[in-house]
Design a protein around this ligand. Sequence first.
Ligand SMILES: Cc1ncc(COP(=O)(O)O)c(C=O)c1O
Length: 495
Amino acid sequence: MLRFLKPYPNSRPAYTLIQNHLVDCRQISNQTLNEPAQPCVKTSIPGPKTLELLKELNSLQQAGSVQLFADYDKSFGNYFVDADGNEFLDAFTQISSVPVGYNHPHLLKAFEDDHNLKALINRPALGVFPSMDWPEKLKAVLLSVAPKGLSCVSTMMCGSCSNENAYKAAFMRYRTKERGGKLDFTLAEMNSCMLNMPPGAPKMSIMSFEGSFHGRTFGALSTTRSKPIHKLDCPAFDWPVAPFPRYKYPLSEHERENHLEDKRCIEQVEDLIEKQKKAGNPVAGIIVEPIQSEGGDHEASPEFFQKLQNICKAKGVALIIDEVQTGGGPTGKMWCHEHFNLPSPPEIVTFSKKMLTGGFYCNADFKAPHPYRIFNTWMGDPGKLILLERVLEVVKQENLLSLVCATGKVLKEGLHTLEKEFPNIINSVRGRGTFLAFNANSSQIRDKINNNLKSNGVLGGACGETAIRLRPALIFAPKHAEIYLTALRKTLKQL
Ligand SMILES: Cc1ncc(COP(=O)(O)O)c(C=O)c1O
């Protein structure tokens, strides 16, 4: 087997034919040139070494979620190598969190720099003793890609705690407004909050949508509505939930129904805000994913989001856009909500995964009014910003957002071809960029496709009841799309 492809010679043609598309070779990332030519599966999946490690790990913790053990020394670019030496084309990338593939040379060099290494090993409590270059770093890295109109940023550890703290910011802003901008508290507020009672711990809510996923910490979990398994046995806030559109596909053939579906959902959002207010549990914020991800890759139209924002503005509710999974480029734009042409910026945008550090952007009104209120010991990690800086350099240098668009086009057209070829097995191809998904006609078939894809050399992801989602790295090129589609066709034929 040809293990490593030689870099293209300088005389390579400017265009190559992939899936009947003329693809500009300059759009094939440098990082993919030294990868295996294709997947190589040598054992049953999971292989013997993986099973042995699973047994060992299971004796120490609940390891039922572990799919494979990785060999991160050998994984490279879009290829994940497991403990048994199997080489998979990775279209799932650690639940969508590897921006530029494994062992990218530019990232590997990050800590050769002595200053960077010291930033890594002297991990500060960022809220109290940040390094002297921290403000500049935030500006140069995170604010350089900030959603338009959002000038403040706080770093956090993960997606859940980014949302958790965004909710706190929304509540604090809501109460500050109610106090007419006054920043001091009454004695009754100070005493009652210690008993978890109003007025200090007031009744207020964050609205989320059916099928949404916003994380597993307590506040975030109260807004997560994707699967019972995440929520069972944990007390939750009494917060409202609205329907999120469920579209019929293909979109072009169901415009009228889908438009009515938007209307139905928006009306309920409006109703619920009023009901909550009357019940004395007002909505301070609405959190929404630009594409519902864990819940099944449900998309909504730009018009839906524009109307949602109008309602939020009219009712004084903060619009919090959860870009934990969609942010960082996989939809072909840095932030998925940029596809929606919103009349004004959202109040808060949360991120993590491909951004490598968690955190949230907000406008200055949502900056915590006092110190130690949006806070924890680490508040992120400067090492992650050093890596993110390099990721953003690669994204720019290699023009990866346009690669995402080119690859996404090949993938989506290929998936449409397959849904026509196997209409009794898959349907509802959807998504933006390489952030794509399709449904199987039952959960069992979906699980079978996802498992068998592995045996055919591809790591993919499942979400919702019946969906398979694609979450490749930004360096996934049309040639990888071709390998993915070939493996999927083989998998569907084998069913
Ligand atoms: C949209 C969204 N929000 C929040 C989270 C939670 O992030 P984390 O798992 O880092 O806590 C996820 C994780 O999958 C997510 O997809």
